[in-house]
Design a binder for this molecule. Structure first.
Ligand code: SF4
Length: 503
């Protein structure tokens, strides 16, 4: 994440990656629009308001609802564990896995895992591998990136950056399918391999979409059935959740189940919704004998402290802001160097990993506001990005962290100081724009400023970088003030007010 700039430049040069991203994000965007239209924009906005109100209410009383969830889940036979950070979380899960094997020398060390961003955040897979377990991702996209030795590049579509041809090539090498295998053959191969892992695994791990304080239950949403198999087939199940996943009542799910799939993939409902309320109570029933829930903080309490950052915890990980973001659409998830990419990643990652490491990410945005427009819980992501930019700039002047870890933007500060000095005085503004009008004659060709040799690059490098890919509009020949004073005749038109004889 410290090299976002370089990563982004490399990604921009990869036409295959950009094509795959564009295709997928456009498709999800269209599906979302259709799904929202089905509900009706007014109704959908009312659902968004309701969702945000539930989240705000819960986050203000988070200690209460977490305790209630833990108490009621425990009463149903679930064992609840608390992890302060990633290290503690991994240690708890590894100990639970070892415990599950005790007295069972014949038991397999294979773990089946369904998609969980929390487990990616704490790098659980690597930790379990080091502890001697084989942790198999069972979500198709997650399995693809695991086979490729990569990290997921999207919150809900981990292999969004890969084309079908790249996946066929990967499967030919790792699974033995034909190099030209079609989607059906690739999916069938994945199903065949993963079914064997489900059958042998004694431990299953999943994430949690929502934990319900009222009942002590937790809900897992998915489309492939792999999470349900990971939960019900093995003898022991371990679910990982961030502290922000709790909601007060079972009835609250009605709101979130309408919003999350529509916003993320444009589905009316995910294919499977699995609600777990404790282990099986009768040996003849299906389901795990043991259910554990690990509740993770890992920096989230810090986000709770201020109202402005607290809203980051309202995120329901739908992925809509990634699909809508013009930066994500071009560079993809890996450029961010974090399991949480895109606009919400640019907000969460610096708060989780620290401003020193994530300093570049709040600047990875044009602040166009597309993320805020699609967010089902109305998180003001541009506002948060600006807040974090302020913290980065503040941190840059503070004597902390090794020199250079936080960018020192002297040029940018000077430019904004100059801008502020000019625009605070009408006459300074008039003089400055006259000078620019004169100066731009050197660069403007045919009413546009495009690639005009090295002079612009020498004078103003950021503008030269901008004109590498697009033209810049020069200032108009006459300032609006001058036109106005001349009754607009100078600009070739007359205003209604001057025609009526008004000053
Ligand atoms: S910030 Fe909003 S749009 Fe982005 S993933 Fe979270 S809930 Fe979805």
């Amino acid at each position: 994440m410290e090299r976002f700039g370089e990563n982004a430049v490399a990604a921009l040069g990869d036409a295959t990656l950009r094509g795959a991203l564009r295709h997928a994000t456009d498709l999800f965007g269209e599906r979302r629009r259709a799904a929202v239209a089905d509900v009706g924009a007014v109704e959908f906005d009312a659902l968004r308001d309701r969702a945000r109100a539930i989240k705000d209410h819960t986050l203000e009383r988070l200690d209460h609802y977490l305790e209630q969830f833990a108490e009621r889940a425990t009463a149903r036979g679930v064992r609840v564990h608390w992890a302060r950070d990633a290290e503690e979380c991994c240690a708890i899960v590894a100990a639970l896995c070892e415990g599950a094997l005790q007295g069972r020398p014949e038991a397999s060390r294979t773990i089946v895992k369904s998609k969980s961003m929390t487990s990616e955040e704490v790098r659980l897979g690597e930790h379990l591998e080091r502890a001697g377990f084989t942790s198999v991702e069972t979500d198709l996209g997650e399995w693809i990136v695991q086979l490729a030795g990569e990290a997921p590049s999207h919150i809900i579509v981990p292999a969004i950056h890969k084309t079908k041809a790249q996946i066929a090539e990967l499967f030919a090498e790792r699974v033995g399918t034909a190099p030209d295998a079609d989607e059906q053959a690739l999916t069938a191969a994945a199903r065949r391999v993963l079914r064997e892992r489900f059958a042998e695994a004694g431990i299953g791990i999943s994430g949690v979409n929502f934990a319900i304080a009222e009942t002590g239950s937790f809900l897992v949403l998915e489309n492939e059935g792999n999470a349900r198999l990971s939960i019900t087939a093995p003898r022991v199940h371990i679910a990982l959740m961030g502290i922000e996943k709790v909601v007060p009542r079972l009835a609250d799910l009605d709101v979130f189940l309408k919003l999350l799939p529509r916003s993320g993939t444009g589905q009316h409902l995910t294919t499977y919704q699995t609600l777990i309320t404790g282990p099986k109570s009768d040996p003849a029933m299906e389901g795990p004998d043991e259910v554990h829930v690990v509740v993770l903080d890992n920096g989230r309490s810090r986000m709770l402290e201020q109202a402005v950052t607290r809203q980051s915890l309202a995120c329901i990980r739908c992925g809509a802001c990634l699909n809508a973001c013009p930066v994500y659409q071009q560079v993809g998830g890996h450029a961010y160097g974090s399991v949480y990419p895109g606009p919400i990643g640019a907000v969460i990652t610096p708060q989780l990993a620290g401003l020193e490491r994530g300093a570049q990410l709040p600047f990875a945005s044009s602040l166009c506001g597309a993320c805020r427009d699609v967010c089902p819980v109305r998180i003001d992501i541009p506002g948060l990005l600006l807040h974090l930019r302020g913290e980065v700039v503040g941190a840059a002047s503070a004597p902390r962290g090794p020199r250079g870890t936080v960018p020192r933007r002297r040029g940018e500060r000077l430019a904004f100081w100059l801008w502020s000095f000019v625009v605070r005085s009408p006459w300074r503004y008039a003089v400055a724009t006259r000078l620019v009008r004169l100066g731009q004659r050197l660069f403007a060709r045919g009413g546009r400023i495009g690639r005009v040799g090295g002079l612009l690059g020498w004078l103003a490098p950021p503008l030269a970088a901008w004109t590498e890919g697009r033209d810049l509009r020069p200032l108009a020949r006459h300032a609006f003030r001058d036109c106005w004073r001349a009754g607009m005749a100078l600009c070739g038109t007359r205003t209604a007010r001057t025609e009526e004889g008004e000053p």
